[in-house]
Design a protein around this ligand. Structure first.
Ligand code: SF4
Length: 625
């Protein structure tokens, strides 16, 4: 039974390392301890939850914490399955402090004896990124070639791409390796740009790790089944099957995974052409959804992926098999939305081309796609010329006579050009300090607010985040961490004060999952049952939940939200509210009042809505003793 959290501290500047222990009473997992270390030491942390290696499905996420270069605040990001191999190092967390003088690979191995072998090995990373499969993929191959034979069991490799070197939105990628075979199932800690932090602040471009350490993970299925039966009258596997059906296969809609289920059910809530569809009529939107998405984009996905049962896991044994594949391409809703309809792409071949290039270059795909859609919109509106952005063409965004295959491909090729232009800083492009700062400089020069067309959440002086791809008020809430699901994204109208409170409550629930290293796709039982398991196994349910509340208020105490800077953010909210009345027939009197205010003065109404939401957040997360 782990009664300590063991942290391996590595200074890439010197190669110096040591192990520290933190008692399992104040810090219970990778988030509360990680945020503590990040604020004390300025470290970047990689940790697993207490149930890593256990029989609980979804318990092996690798959780990254630190200061986010794009959000400009503390952030939490995680990737599926990568915690399973990490657990074999016999530590709970790796913490980087200091910066390697040249780009380097961090090698960690616990195969021979008690100590972890630690090496910091320089690599010519720019050359590697240009070679072979390019970017994150060729770096994976190279690191495996360099170190793979030193591990008796399959290791795991975390890698970054050129985006981490040249922008603030570089993610961290990893694929499962099975019996020496590197798979195509990308898993990402994308949001928050921790790849950029790893490269620019710590000099580490990749981390390879593995070992043979076996610790006492919880593996008693009879006891687990007993807990599940008491609570749900179902065994663990039965309850998990039920809770994860959306991600595997949802019979009600005849498809599966986030891509399948979201596109099958969104109808008139579709977002396309850099959100311009929010200004369309419902009929125009549903026609677009039916003709472009259901009849083509989604149909291709269903035929090639769902019917053909092309699915995999993130690397841990999991019945949800949420990774929906087509050959080397993995299809999740949000990347295939931002680098799909949001960029004017409605064909799988075209979306694969753009997503694959963006992934290879190591971008957080949601932020990357949001930015590409914005730049295309600016070009289409003639606010910027292709030459200014170092590209050769304009987008084809006219839906009349739109050729689903060829025009999608044209837009995807433009997206690929823009990615290269961002990395090479062609024309006026330079996103090293983020898009907000860039927009401030160039809006002044152009005499027009370029960011008025970007949908983003602003934080602090220059922090920014492309929101999750749901047309709802919660996606733009002024929470201390945005861009992941620390908010409510239900399609209901929720009065802003209450919305703020609900977002705060949601954040606490999501923190339970993250702090236990749990995959949120299992939240249907995990957020309720696992605190009780903490009580049964470690006698610390109340302390754990209390620490979780403290963590939430600690994150909130550093909240520096900025009122929506972009007109399109305001329109995003306004049109959402209008749609609730006009299409969903919501007769809530408070909704009518808000719409009245928007009619009188939309900026003032939005400001009041924003502050009301913040009040709800604040009153729920402020700590009183
Ligand atoms: S639901 Fe997907 S990401 Fe989560 S544990 Fe299962 S396979 Fe991994």
């Amino acid at each position: 039974m782990t009664m300590f959290q063991r942290v391996l501290l590595v200074d890439p500047a010197t190669g110096f390392y040591k192990t520290s222990k933190y008692a399992f009473d104040r810090y219970f997992g990778p988030v509360d301890l990680g945020i503590h270390l990040a604020s004390q030491r300025g470290s970047l942390n990689f940790g697993v939850g207490i149930f890593a290696g256990s029989i609980f499905p979804g318990s092996n996420r690798l959780v990254v914490t630190g200061f986010s270069p794009c959000w400009q605040g503390y952030y939490v990001s995680s990737m599926g399955g990568a915690g399973l191999v990490f657990d074999n190092l016999g530590i709970n967390m790796l913490s980087l402090v200091g910066k390697a003088p040249v780009p380097s690979v961090l090698y960690l191995n616990r195969t021979h004896g008690e100590d972890i072998e630690v090496e910091v090995v320089p690599v010519a990373v720019e050359d590697i990124w240009k070679s072979g499969r390019t970017g994150v993929y060729s770096l994976t191959d190279r690191v495996y070639e360099m170190f793979g034979s030193r591990y008796p069991n399959d290791p795991r490799i975390l890698v970054t791409g050129p985006a981490a070197m040249h922008a603030d939105m570089g993610g961290i990628m990893s694929v499962p390796i099975t019996r020496g075979k590197i798979s195509y199932v990308d898993t990402w800690a994308g949001r928050g740009g921790f790849g950029s932090a790893m490269v620019q602040d710590y000099g580490i471009v990749a981390i390879i790790y593995g070992g043979t350490m076996v610790d006492e993970d919880f593996r008693d299925r009879t006891v687990a089944d007993e807990w599940f039966k008491n609570k749900y009258n179902l065994r663990l596997m039965q309850k998990d099957m039920e809770a994860t059906s959306k991600y595997r296969y949802d019979e009600k809609v005849g498809t599966g995974g986030t891509f399948g289920v979201n596109y099958a059910t969104m109808g008139g809530r579709i977002l396309a052409f850099n959100y311009r569809t929010i200004f369309w009529s419902e009929e125009e939107r549903t026609t677009l959804h039916q003709n472009f998405v259901v009849n083509h984009y989604l149909r291709q996905f269903n035929e090639e992926t769902i019917t053909a049962k092309q699915q995999a896991t993130c690397g841990e044994p999991c019945m949800a098999v949420c990774k929906k594949m087509h050959g080397v391409f993995k299809k999740d809703y949000e990347p295939y939305q931002t680098m799909g309809p949001l960029c004017g792409i409605f064909d799988q071949r075209a979306a694969e081309k753009l997503n694959h290039h963006c992934d290879a270059m190591g971008f957080d795909a949601i932020s990357g796609g949001g930015v590409l859609a914005w730049l295309m919109d600016l070009m289409d509106e003639k606010a910027l010329a292709p030459e200014e952005l170092g590209v050769t063409r304009l987008p084809r965004w006219n839906t009349t006579g739109f050729d689903l295959v060829n025009d999608s491909l044209h837009n995807a090729e433009l997206g690929c050009e823009l990615i290269d232009a961002i990395l090479e800083r062609r024309g006026i492009l330079d996103f090293r300090e983020g898009v907000r700062k860039w927009s401030r400089i160039h809006s002044r020069a152009k005499g027009t607010a370029l960011h008025d067309r970007l949908v983003y959440i602003a934080f602090s002086r220059r922090g920014w985040m492309v929101p999750n791809q749901y047309w709802v008020a919660g996606a733009l809430a002024p929470m201390s961490i945005m861009g992941k699901y620390y908010m409510v994204y239900s399609n209901d109208f929720i009065p802003p004060r209450e919305l703020g409170r609900k977002c705060a409550e949601r954040m606490k629930k999501e923190l339970i999952l993250d702090n236990l290293g749990m995959c949120r796709f299992h939240r249907g039982w995990a957020e309720e049952l696992l605190p009780e398991v903490m009580g049964s196994l470690y006698d610390c349910k109340e302390q754990f939940l209390r620490a979780n509340d403290v963590l939430a208020s600690r994150l909130h105490s550093r909240n520096s939200p900025i009122f929506w800077e972009s007109v399109r953010d305001i329109d995003y909210l306004h049109t959402f509210l209008q749609r609730k009345v006009n299409i969903d027939n919501d007769r809530n009197p408070e909704l009518a009042v808000w719409l009245d205010r928007f009619t009188q003065d939309k900026v003032e109404a939005a400001r009041n809505f924003w502050y009301e939401t913040l009040k709800g957040i604040d009153e729920s997360l402020r700590e009183f003793f």
